[in-house]
Write a new protein. Structure first.
Lengths: 148, 127, 663
């Protein structure tokens, strides 16, 4: 594992949150004033199954250092089965990223319900800490996309 | 002066006196209650208000058995025994003659002396 | 190129305190396509909305970005405002800079930077937004009430009164809930059963109300106006339709040592039982854990004496599926377990009881027929100590952090009733604060002190020790006279904190509604929408939302009913236009999307397409039924050719947001 020496490294983290559970969970952590790092920027999607693996690759290409996807707990999907599809797709994507030699910790799938504001904040806290440990994403970033 | 003392006491004991809701459960089962001029709940209240001098002069400081019944019972996690202990520490520390500074330590080093004892001595007596 | 207006809300100081809103407006004003960028104190207020409307007209805006609170809060408000100004409502995007920025961050510089990035992502998305038109979906004219306590009963009665069918699902064999166990009610001291049981009968006789007792909700599907709920009717081993409630079986049952949970285990019942005389429905239930027939296969006495032939030992759980337009949650509360509080000796001493147990001890239908006797030796107690706030107002590790609200009043009630009935009994109440805000509540408490001479002592009980002579030593502090007290009591009554019912959390998960850290249901807005959950079509009634006394519970129950009636009165509700659609030119008819659609919204059609050289080819292409599609987007990712896309959350829009964040 690469150990990053740069203490000032502020990673860019993209979080995909499903509208019904995780986005509401993120709102709840706001309502309860539970702090988590500013590095995390949330994109609202109707369901975790809306997250195309391409979106995650695109984020890495554009220089994101970590991508996390949050959905309803298995069995609790607002659309009945969406998160099961998402789980399979992400498993496949992660095995591809493994094959490419991308650190496993750069991506994460987490189930956060609308009632779990505290869990959302904790998850984002620990994920950001993981990414800070890993250092910047250099393998997948496309330098041609970098805007100065 | 009292404000500094109050802050010192609160910091040294890592106290959270503002959590107290004045239920008095700490004093309800205190085994030294009758011996004490100021009771556990009064310690908490007086430290919160910065009224510390009477506590420093009171025998009550040394009547607390540190049995921790109050810590165990307190519904709010105020830990009154730790408040008493912190005030006691402030009273002990105030007595002069025990000061030790960092530069005096090398001369005192002795191969047989455990490291921990030196660190403790510095913590305890350093001003 | 879109003409975009950006509006940054201060939300008073909610946003402005941690995000430099002027700087955000300034920075976003320089983005491509942004023609106007403004900030305002309260964007959701009427003048704030007018600001947006005027800007749309004045600058001929084609897209709007609001940087404000969560879209779950005010997306609709701003969509309506845009529609009023002639802009398609789906050209509005919200950047969530309150819940997901200002409220969670403390540093102004970084929070402002994040707010700008979130604003940029929303602008990038609006650039790719297309106008959408919403369809409509019908409303099923039937409501479900989960929980049959006073909250559920009142809600059901009110909804039925308005002419709609209501189902009550109650997990125990009878409706009535906690109020049925209570003896008298404050502040009028009228008997609880006298005012509750007529309502229970009214509910059972109302032809619009259908009671599923001894049942649980096992699955919820669907959405507002069209929920599909599976109800599990637990096997009670008695045919509900045949049983007349005569009670002969309960007299003959040889298994008489079953703890009576209606009397909180203070006495025993039989293995086949009717919880109490006024139970609704008045139908017997067999407890299979104790029934000799169920355990050994030999007995069958109840079956022999039942002239109606209602006993059925082979009955199994049944599942019923029903459609509802609205769901009201009324799951109520329970007193907490007192195992954690060893100092009160609740588990060691039978004469240390909870307040709810005291209700049963004093109730005419209770274990002692209404005479207050010590549970241990059935003697009359002469000195009773009440302890307030047991497990309430505690540090998280020690109990519940909230005030249970009802304890001060019921303790005053108990103290008063005991002094009234047994003037030779001394009553002590240890309190931290007496909280009696309510109509005639403080007067009631003062009456206990002034008229009935109840000893109120400011302080807390620290230890309760049962003694060998049957007395109980209560050690406490009297803060006002600065004394430590020892009281030789005969009984100790603990005002245990109340907590939401254990079934509430799994239910919240099924309903996709929010809960707070204490497992109380969270209302859509703490002041302005107190009886609705954040999930459309789900309403809250009674103590499942927070500790409440009976008048408040009934008020909220009726309010929840009014909200549910409002929904049921509509013939249809506007549905979500953010549905999937297939690009027929790209679709190759592979059926991948059809397989993943949970709603069966996708079908295939053979369509004629013009091909080169003036030929016509027939191709199989997917088509989405927009009324059935719920817009989850599973199909969009499954589609190998990229023909399937989702309105409002298209591939390009999400990619644009990703790009904007990663810049």
């Amino acid at each position: 594992m690469q150990v990053n020496e740069n203490k000032d490294f502020e990673p860019v983290i993209v979080a995909f949150c499903c509208n019904w559970c995780s986005y509401a969970g993120a709102d709840l952590s706001g309502t309860n004033r539970l702090n988590y790092p500013t590095n995390v920027k949330i994109i609202r999607v109707p369901c975790s199954c809306r997250v195309n693996p391409m979106f995650i690759l695109r984020a890495f290409q554009r220089g994101a250092d970590g991508v996390i996807m949050c959905g309803c707990h298995p069995g609790d999907c607002h659309y009945t089965s969406g998160n099961y599809f998402a789980r399979r797709r992400m498993t496949l994507l992660f095995s591809m990223l493994d094959y490419l030699g991308i650190e496993r910790n750069r991506t994460r799938v987490e189930w956060v319900s609308a009632a779990e504001g505290a869990k959302f904040a904790e998850t984002m806290e620990s994920f950001t800490a993981d990414i800070k440990k890993l250092g910047p994403n250099r393998r997948l970033e496309d330098l041609r996309c970098r805007k100065q | 002066m009292n404000n500094n003392l109050q802050e010192q006491i609160i910091r040294s004991g890592d106290l959270n006196v503002l959590k107290c809701m004045r239920c008095g459960k700490c004093s309800a089962t205190c085994p030294s209650y009758d011996e004490m001029e100021y009771h556990p709940h009064q310690f908490v209240y007086m430290v919160e208000k910065g009224n510390i001098q009477p506590l420093l002069n009171s025998e009550s400081l040394y009547k607390c058995l540190t049995c921790f019944a109050c810590v165990e019972r307190c519904p709010r996690g105020v830990e009154p025994a730790k408040v008493v202990e912190a005030v006691r520490l402030a009273a002990v520390r105030k007595q002069d003659g025990n000061h030790l500074t960092a530069d005096k330590i090398p001369a005192m080093l002795d191969e047989d002396l455990p490291q921990q004892a030196i660190v403790t001595a510095l913590r305890k007596y350093a001003k | 190129m879109q003409r975009i207006g950006v509006f940054v809300c201060h939300c008073g100081t909610n946003i402005a305190a941690t995000v430099d809103v002027k700087a955000v407006a300034e920075a976003l004003g320089h983005e491509a396509g942004v023609v106007i960028s403004q900030d305002y104190q309260y964007m959701c207020s009427e003048s704030g909305q007018n600001l947006v409307k005027d800007a749309i007209k004045e600058h001929n805006l084609s897209g709007v970005v609001i940087c404000s609170c969560s879209p779950r809060m005010h997306e609709n408000t701003f969509r309506k405002a845009a529609a009023a100004a002639g802009l398609n409502p789906y050209m509005v995007e919200i950047a969530n800079i309150r819940e997901q920025c200002s409220w969670i961050h403390k540093d102004i510089a970084t929070a402002t930077e994040k707010a700008v990035i979130l604003g940029r992502a929303a602008i990038a998305k609006v650039h790719l937004n297309a106008p959408l038109t919403a369809g409509e979906s019908p409303v099923v004219k039937r409501a479900l009430v989960i929980g049959g306590g006073i909250a559920g009963i009142q809600t059901a009665l009110d909804i039925a009164e308005a002419g709609f069918d209501v189902d009550i699902v109650e997990k125990s064999p009878t409706i009535g809930g906690k109020m049925a166990q209570i003896d008298k009610t404050f502040p009028t001291l009228d008997c609880a059963a006298c005012i509750l049981t007529p309502k229970m009968v009214e509910a059972s006789q109302n032809e619009k109300i259908h009671i599923h007792s001894y049942s649980e909700v096992s699955d919820v599907k669907g959405f507002v106006g069209n929920f599909s709920v599976t109800i599990k009717k637990k096997a009670r081993f008695v045919d509900e339709l045949k049983c007349t409630g005569c009670g002969l079986c309960t007299e003959k049952c040889p298994m008489k040592k079953v703890p009576n949970d209606f009397n909180l285990g203070l006495d025993n019942k039989t293995a086949i039982y009717i919880p109490f005389a006024q139970a609704v429905p008045k139908v017997a239930t067999i407890d299979p854990e104790y029934c000799i027939m169920k355990k050994t296969g030999k007995c069958g006495l109840c079956s022999k004496v039942c002239s109606a032939g209602a006993i059925d030992y082979n009955q199994e759980d049944k599942f019923v599926e029903e459609k509802y337009g609205a769901i009201v949650v009324a799951t109520g509360f329970n007193p907490i377990k007192l195992d954690k509080y060893d100092e009160f000796a609740y588990n060691q001493c039978a004469d240390v009881v909870t307040s709810l147990e005291l209700e049963r001890l004093m109730n005419a239908a209770g274990p002692n027929g209404g005479t207050l006797l010590r549970p241990s030796d059935k003697t009359h107690p002469h000195k009773i100590v009440f302890v307030q706030c047991v497990g309430s107002r505690c540090d998280d590790s020690k109990g519940k952090p909230y005030c249970s609200k009802i304890c001060c009043m019921y303790t005053a009630k108990h103290a008063m009733l005991i002094r009234e009935k047994y003037p030779d009994t001394e009553v002590y109440v240890f309190y931290i604060d007496v909280r009696t805000p309510g109509k005639n509540f403080d007067e009631f408490y003062r009456r206990a002190v002034e008229q009935y001479n109840v000893h109120y002592i400011k302080g807390m009980v620290g230890k309760v020790t049962p003694k060998a002579d049957g007395k109980i030593d209560v050690q406490a502090s009297d803060l006002l006279s600065n004394e430590q007290l020892h009281i030789d009591a005969d009984m100790v009554v603990l005002a245990a904190a109340i907590e939401p019912d254990k079934t509430a959390r799994p239910l919240a998960t099924m309903l996709t509604t929010q809960m707070d850290t204490n497992d109380f249901f969270t209302e859509a807005h703490p002041k302005l929408r107190p009886v609705e959950s954040a999930t459309a079509g789900i309403f809250l009634s009674g103590a499942c939302q927070g500790p409440k006394d009976i008048p408040e519970t009934v008020a909220q129950a009726s309010a929840a009913a009014a909200k549910a009636i409002g929904l049921l009165c509509k013939n249809s509700i506007t549905c979500n236009p953010c549905v999937a659609h297939a690009d027929e030119l790209m679709c190759n008819g592979c059926s991948s999307c059809e397989k993943v659609c949970p709603y069966g919204a996708i079908t295939y059609q053979d369509k004629e397409f013009r091909m080169p050289n003036r030929t016509i080819a027939v191709r199989r292409v997917a088509s989405v039924n927009p009324a059935v599609c719920q817009g989850c987007g599973a199909c969009t990712v499954a589609c190998p050719s990229g023909a399937m896309d989702l309105n409002g959350f298209s591939n390009k829009q999400i990619m644009a947001e990703v790009d904007a964040i990663c810049k």
